[in-house]
Design a protein around this ligand. Sequence first.
Ligand SMILES: NC(=O)c1ccc[n+]([C@@H]2O[C@H](COP(=O)([O-])OP(=O)(O)OC[C@H]3O[C@@H](n4cnc5c(N)ncnc54)[C@H](O)[C@@H]3O)[C@@H](O)[C@H]2O)c1
Length: 369
Amino acid sequence: MEKKKVIIIGCGRVAAKHIKAICKLKNDLELRALVDVSEDAPKKLIEGSKLSAEAKEKVQVFKDYKEAIDTIKPDIVAVTVPSGLHYQIAEYGLSNGCNLLLEKPMTMSSEESRLIYELSQKTGNKIAMGHIYRYFPLVKYLREDIVSGKFGKITHGTIYVRWGHGEDYYQSAAWRGTWRSDGGAMMNQTIHAIDLLVWLMGTKAVSATAMLSQRLRNIEAEDIGMAVLKMDDGSLASIEGTTATSDKEHEAMFSIFAEDGTISLGIRNGKPKLNIRYKGKSRNMHYIMQQIKADGIGSMLNALNPHTGIYDDFVKALKEGRQPLADALSGYSSVDTLMGIYRSAKEKREIPLPLQEPFASSDMTGFFR
Ligand SMILES: NC(=O)c1ccc[n+]([C@@H]2O[C@H](COP(=O)([O-])OP(=O)(O)OC[C@H]3O[C@@H](n4cnc5c(N)ncnc54)[C@H](O)[C@@H]3O)[C@@H](O)[C@H]2O)c1
């Protein structure tokens, strides 16, 4: 099989994880261009990468993403620019025959996300979302058993994402923590966790009730948010997302409670945490062995750089003509849910989902004034 040509648009923090994944999957993927408005960013990214000298020579550098797409005609465009720029680049990429590895959140509004989802349907070009949690080991096997009813009736799910970031993080780029280009802890750090929880529960959110606050960080948007989602099977999901914790401690935890068992999995400072119980007994080893047997021991390491899992699945999805694990619909639904959460905080009421009218993160401007 010919290698897929990849270009990366936006050469900042997350782009380094993309290059790491491309290096790991060098038999399937070839990095052909880096694009950034800053001259230094692509150079730093290449220098800090483990690309071979030969692979480095194949990488062209552009300042203008349209020129890069028109020149290289890539199979995959990785969109790793600030979130407020996702829409315009995704629209151009899809309209010009490219598949996208689109970072989360898909866009900054329910309407733009709907348009991108519909455009991918219309053009047939695929989108793999940067929803890293779906690519954690065991997750897809747990979902199969939850959805097939093995754990019995689900009562509720909970997540907390305590992803501390200090002032230095927010000061590192002007777009961070702004309503228009980033949103706060719920939109940036928690959206992919919400996507995982809803997906694992195998149902859909039908309403959102939420509150947001600003406690420690000097930003425009929230540094802490709490929300409750009502699901269409009557179960409930609670969500806590914050960056107002220590930047030395990064923790995300998912739990699902059901009639016959509980499933808790997460990550704390890079170390996985797992507690799966079925009828009072631990089932941890059962799921670990299932993962190793089906996908090999190496797949357990995807927890260290989930972007490797995203690219690996995307290459297979393109070959098999199927949708990737975190597809365009997951991008659109999670933004729609997030916009419901923001709207609920703004209007102090329960908001039905999917949204009946468009809502954008920028509609929150002035919320904390
Ligand atoms: N999935 C994940 O785990 C994950 C982790 C971190 C960030 N992200 C997402 O990735 C995106 C980028 O985040 P980051 O932390 O890497 O940001 P960053 O600020 O570190 O990097 C963004 C880069 O984009 C460049 N850029 C800005 N405008 C551009 C343009 N018009 N054309 C080309 N380049 C342009 C900037 O110069 C910068 O180098 C965000 O949407 C964020 O939410 C996802």
